[in-house]
Design a protein around this ligand. Structure first.
Ligand SMILES: Nc1ncnc2c1ncn2[C@@H]1O[C@H](COP(=O)(O)OP(=O)(O)OP(=O)(O)O)[C@@H](O)[C@H]1O
Length: 500
């Protein structure tokens, strides 16, 4: 892959072969000076707990003698299948040479952002495509290079990167931007999170940017999830994109500003307000799914995360095949690769084998839904329960859930429970969030001419199991006891929806 923009040699925090050699070397060094390390651990331990560490033997060996913490730590170091586990962590920024199959996207993003280096304003961008297809990776890799090039010329290029998924309102989004910039430039946030207007937060944002950056790019990940709370309002993402993309024109920000919005939703621009459309007016960059061959290559480029000879031949093809099944998501492939290695370590095996991959995949499947459900707020649980109930009790041949029906059932459930009721937008947002975890897939549907648009949700796993899990965890039991009634409500709502 040849990208001509840069002459910088690489990123300082990246994992390179030489970093790995350094790590190996320092591990070697540590082993040749055990007494120094032991003294250090012992001193720290004495200071905090009183007594010597060698007094405290924790494990027992096969011959019945007890082992110290240090022995056990040393043991693990020797048997791990990993030599550079960071390389299979999803958030590690990787070297350009390790990027696979994204030449076109990389070239587009480079060419769009190149004007920054000439002091000109780059266009705004919309990076769209399914989860785990490299959107954050590519924009992160290019902006990182620009930061370094600008630094070497004494210019300050700011990258303000936020994930909109956990953010509910425009006001929170602006505060998050202020917080992100303040952290980057090590300045005071100087505006409270609540109790002041959004306008004041914007003002602080612009002030920080004008003081600390010569040019700036906002990266808004999962932008489509920033819907806001009120049903009939313009969505929060539309307002935010409008403000940020015109901040330059109205001189709120003095340097060059561009906005890169990242989304899984290919139809994102259809919901944008007209005036936002014309001020944001992005250049599109599409990120398609990876196929199994590309996923294999992505994993092969990270096989040095593992000890040489620690991977059985079938491991990479099998991981790639599993990930290709779940929509070609590279994040899932890397997670499974790491998970199989962790399992081999846990089981004290020196090699990662096919059975570690299979077992790890099973655990991921089980864990994902369990953990996810445990961590949800009550409102999200109710939204998910209502949606799963429609999929489960529908008498129709297709068990997909139209969002208007899911919402009606959600309203019915909240009424029965006397719980708060969110707007339809918020309900849709909550359920869509679950598609990020692969529990649900969502697609936008049209009801035909003049009928409007709606979302359709499909469960990847068993919706009944999902309902049971939620019931175990919440006061929804009262509803679960009215199964027949719930079934009737669902099928009458489905009937109404399809007759319209
Ligand atoms: N082409 C690639 N080459 C190497 N690694 C990749 C590639 N694409 C993605 N990855 C890795 O997969 C993981 C997910 O990628 P990334 O976060 O860029 O996806 P995304 O499209 O932004 O996903 P989402 O929409 O869920 O935010 C990261 O660890 C990234 O390094």
């Amino acid at each position: 892959m040849e990208v001509n923009l840069f002459n910088a040699t690489g990123y300082s925090k990246h994992m390179t072969g030489s970093n790995q050699e350094e790590t190996d070397q320092s591990t070697l060094n540590k082993n040749t000076h055990p007494s120094t390390d032991e003294e250090q651990i012992e001193t720290t331990y004495k200071e905090t707990a009183g007594g010597s560490i060698s007094d405290r033997a924790l494990g027992t060996t096969e011959d019945g003698t007890q082992r110290s913490i240090r022995d056990m730590l040393d043991d693990e170091g020797e048997t791990s299948v990993f030599v550079n586990r960071d390389l299979v962590e999803p958030d590690t920024i990787i070297d350009e040479e390790r990027i696979v199959g994204r030449d076109d996207q990389l070239e587009s993003v480079v060419s769009f952002l190149k004007p920054t280096l000439q002091g000109n304003r780059p266009p705004n961008m919309l990076l769209y495509g399914p989860a785990g297809t490299g959107k954050s990776l590519i924009i992160g890799a290019v902006t990182q290079q620009i930061i370094e090039l600008c630094q070497s010329r004494g210019e300050r290029f700011g990258v303000v990167d936020i994930n909109c998924q956990p953010i509910n309102t425009l006001d929170q989004a602006v505060y998050e931007l202020v917080q992100t910039v303040a952290k980057d430039v090590k300045a005071e946030i100087a505006v409270p999170e609540t109790g002041v207007s959004t306008k004041r937060k914007y003002r602080r944002l612009y002030e920080l940017i004008n003081e600390h950056y010569d040019s700036v790019i906002f990266i808004l990940d999962e932008i489509d999830l920033l819907v806001g709370r009120r049903a009939n309002d313009e969505p929060a993402y539309s307002k935010l994109l409008y403000q940020l993309s015109r901040a330059n024109n109205i001189n709120e920000i003095e340097g060059q500003v561009s906005v890169a919005a990242l989304t899984n939703d290919p139809k994102f621009m259809e919901n944008i307000d007209g005036r936002t459309d014309s001020s944001f007016n992005p250049r599109d960059v599409y990120f398609p799914d990876y196929d199994a061959t590309q996923l294999r290559e992505i994993l092969n480029n990270r096989r040095d995360a593992f000890r040489r000879d620690a991977l059985e031949e079938d491991v990479i093809p099998l991981v790639a095949a599993f990930a290709a099944q779940s929509h070609g998501d590279a994040r899932k492939a890397i997670d499974l690769f790491r998970g199989a290695g962790d399992l081999a370590d846990e089981q004290g095996d020196e090699e990662v084998r096919e059975d570690h991959v299979r077992e790890s995949q099973e655990e991921i499947d089980k864990d994902r839904s369990l953990k996810l459900v445990e961590g949800l707020t009550t409102q999200k649980k109710i939204s998910l329960y209502a949606t799963a109930a429609v999929a489960c009790y529908s008498n129709r041949s297709r068990s997909s859930v139209p969002s208007p029906v899911g919402f009606k059932v959600y309203q019915w459930v909240t009424d029965k429970l006397d719980a708060d009721q969110m707007t339809r937008e918020t309900y849709v947002k909550y359920v869509k969030e679950l598609s990020t975890y692969g529990l649900i897939s969502s697609s936008r549907k049209s009801r035909g001419r003049g009928g409007g648009m709606y979302m359709e949700f499909t469960f990847t796993g068993d919706p009944a199991a999902m309902m049971n899990r939620i019931v175990d965890d919440t006061r929804l039991e009262a509803i679960a006891n009215q199964e027949e009634l719930l079934q009737t409500v669902i099928n009458s709502q489905l009937k109404k929806f399809h007759e319209k």
